[in-house]
Design a protein around this ligand. Structure first.
Ligand SMILES: Nc1ncnc2c1ncn2[C@@H]1O[C@H](COP(=O)(O)OP(=O)(O)OP(=O)(O)O)[C@@H](O)[C@H]1O
Ligand SMILES: [Mg+2]
Length: 367
């Protein structure tokens, strides 16, 4: 594959000054994918130096972009945890109140098994509501499918299922025995709690019903063979998130946040919950990062800018990209064809292609 060789040659010229070696020879490049001019890869750096490595990432991206035949590049930094490093940051010491003896002894949680036929289950999560999880899920699903992956999307938000509308699928799925046959559109196999319950009915659902419904959607839906099953989660850190991580092997979570502090605080809570469930964070996406005025063309940052990238660097997880506020993203979602399907070449779709490529690279690197 000549283009891939050219890309490798370009990466071999990018030197990591802290190691005194190029990033290819040193084995820092992981998950390199070259597909029809779209290049994505992950650069693994030490967790302690992650925040200082952005210039290296930018240099690698620029070097690959300059290669003839490369149309787009998605380079992602990921922190390589030192061996033996704790997955959950230790908390400050707690004063001893003599309660130790009363702490219930909990058995170590059992590792859940993989979902048969599904290579990677990827949760799309946020701490705060309305930050664009469903929009990112729908566009990511369509983009991954367009890149040739077999993709499923499970809409696990019982309180506000969005995917029937965003992906333009409606009706009740048929079933064979107790196996539900999912619907399909834009190359994506879709199942939503919204297909199964009336909107008003779902509002009164309680934890155990939610968990039962989620388990049914994972285990009793004929997903077929999938490379990726995206799970569009409700906001927060509740029963649905926990059940998903406990009942099935989840490759990791993509956390969506808007840039303002209040959303980031909630995003951090979400990240903390996934870490406690021993579910890797595959990356952070900053949504509604900028607004381009269609009158004067000036770029505004109504919610601030860069907070999610800074947080990703601080905690050493990949920053997958930022999505500006575009009217076309909202109207396309409302119209049942995500902008990646409705305007695949448009500037509004570009961030989603990059995020999809970054996610592919991250999953490949982990595999
Ligand atoms: N980048 C964007 N540009 C324009 N509109 C957007 C963008 N991202 C999301 N929206 C719009 O914002 C609204 C909320 O987005 P979405 O439903 O995807 O958020 P959510 O996090 O899934 O919400 P919930 O927590 O309720 O599930 C939707 O109307 C969507 O079309
Ligand atoms: Mg949603």
């Amino acid at each position: 594959m000549p283009l891939e060789e050219d890309v490798r040659a370009a990466l071999a010229r990018v030197v990591d000054p802290s190691r005194g070696a190029d990033i290819l020879t040193s084995g820092q490049v992981k998950g390199l994918v070259v597909r029809e001019g779209a290049v994505s890869f992950v650069i693994e750096v030490d967790a302690s130096r992650a925040s200082a490595m952005e210039p290296l990432r930018a240099a690698a991206e620029a070097a690959v972009k300059a290669v003839e035949g490369v149309a787009s590049v998605s380079a992602i930094l990921t922190a390589h945890a030192e061996a033996g490093q704790a997955r959950v940051a230790p908390k400050a010491p707690v004063p001893d109140l003599g309660l130790k003896d009363f702490t219930p002894k909990r058995p170590a949680p059992e590792k859940p098994g993989p979902l048969p036929g599904v290579r990677h289950v990827v949760a799309i999560a946020s701490g705060k509501g309305g930050v664009g999880k469903s929009t990112v899920s729908a566009n990511l699903a369509v983009a991954l499918a367009a890149r040739g992956l077999r993709v499923g999307l499970l809409d696990a938000d019982v309180y506000g299922p969005s995917q029937p509308r965003m992906l333009g699928v409606s009706g009740r799925p048929s079933s064979v025995g107790n196996i539900i046959l999912p619907l399909r559109n834009h190359g994506v196999t879709v199942m939503s709690l919204g297909f199964m319950v009336e909107e008003e009915e779902a509002i009164v659902w309680r934890g155990p019903m939610l968990m039962g419904a989620l388990q049914q959607m994972l285990g009793q839906v004929q997903w077929g063979t999938l490379d990726v099953l995206l799970v569009d989660l409700p906001p927060g850190t509740g029963d649905v998130q926990m059940t998903l991580c406990q009942k099935t092997e989840v490759a990791g979570a993509v956390v969506v946040s808007t840039p303002q502090d209040i959303a980031l605080i909630d995003a951090k809570k979400g990240i903390d919950m996934f870490r406690r469930m021993e579910t890797p964070i595959l990356g952070i996406v900053e949504n509604m990062a900028a607004f381009v005025c269609d009158g004067c063309g000036k770029v505004h940052h109504p919610f601030g800018h860069g907070g999610a990238r800074a947080e990703a660097e601080r905690i050493g997880v990949p920053f997958l990209g930022e999505v500006p506020l575009y009217l076309a993203i909202r109207t396309a979602g409302d119209g049942g064809a995500p902008v990646v399907a409705a305007k695949p070449e448009g500037e509004e779709a570009r961030p989603f292609w990059a995020i999809a490529d970054g996610l592919i690279a991250t999953l490949e690197a982990r595999a």
